[in-house]
Write a protein that binds this ligand. Sequence first.
Ligand code: SER
Length: 323
Amino acid sequence: MTATPRILITGANGQIGTVLAAALRCAHGPEAVLGTDIVAPPSSVLASRFTLLDVLDAPRLRTLIAQHQIDTVYHLSAVLSARGEADPRRTWEVNVTGLLNVLEAAREGLKVFFPSTIAVFGPNVPPEDTPDDAVLNPSTVYGMSKASGENWCAYYHERWGVDVRSLRYPGVIGYQSQPGGGTTDYAVEIFHQALATGSYQCFLSADQRLPMIYMDDAIRATLEIMAAPAARIGRRTSYNLQGLSFCPADIAVAIQAEMQRRGMAVPEFSYRPDFRQAIAASWPHSLDDSAARRDWGWQPRFGLRELVADMFDHLGTTIPCSV
Ligand code: SER
């Protein structure tokens, strides 16, 4: 029997952190997980173990690790692609220095999870089934910071044996939490707006296809890569990960069909691309994630229809009053 891990999560209030923290508490017990973030969590999760932490505060990070006998860190804090462009230097600082603070602490023997992203790829890769080892020419400071972070992870693994594992998340869609500051955020907003107002104006072009994943699949992939025997982790930079690939028009049609099937008013969608369209246009349409499938058994479960149906199962089947 393996010992219960002692886990610290940075960015625990974020889109993925909120859901991952709950999944880890479920798997290992509430006492095993310490959530941290730069701001306090909503009152609903205040009952869970939580403390404030700025990932740029390396001494406090080390103190928390020692105090709570942490052996595993899920380092989710980051400034994402769209928001990151407003302040490139701060984005670099949070995303790279924050990671280095975690990796330095991990030299004492911690296991680390580092989320990377499709944003590490730029426009000069094959856009369909982009391979893991395609050239990295990111178009955003977020992508630059994550591409650099991947290499730092491999470096700490090679040089000091840090057991750090990483996934390149595509756009993540879930009912449990709201995204913030990303280019793929439209794929969550569209559900909330369709329900609340019956319409949504998308900030990407109707035909801008991107790799995506349902939250349940993303969380399961994270738990699976962290649980895999170290010998199965052949890539210490990061693994491509994909659940599905679609464009705004595809999910719009799937939402309309699902709402019609449920006897709800069919929403209307329109498209008004803003600066995020150029970011999306520089990213792959789909990823080749065969290394993840081969090395540690990755297998997505949610296609577009299942994803849309599950979102509506959880977001509610009646249109709430808009305020
Ligand atoms: N979801 C992220 C973003 O849009 C991509 O990793 O920035």
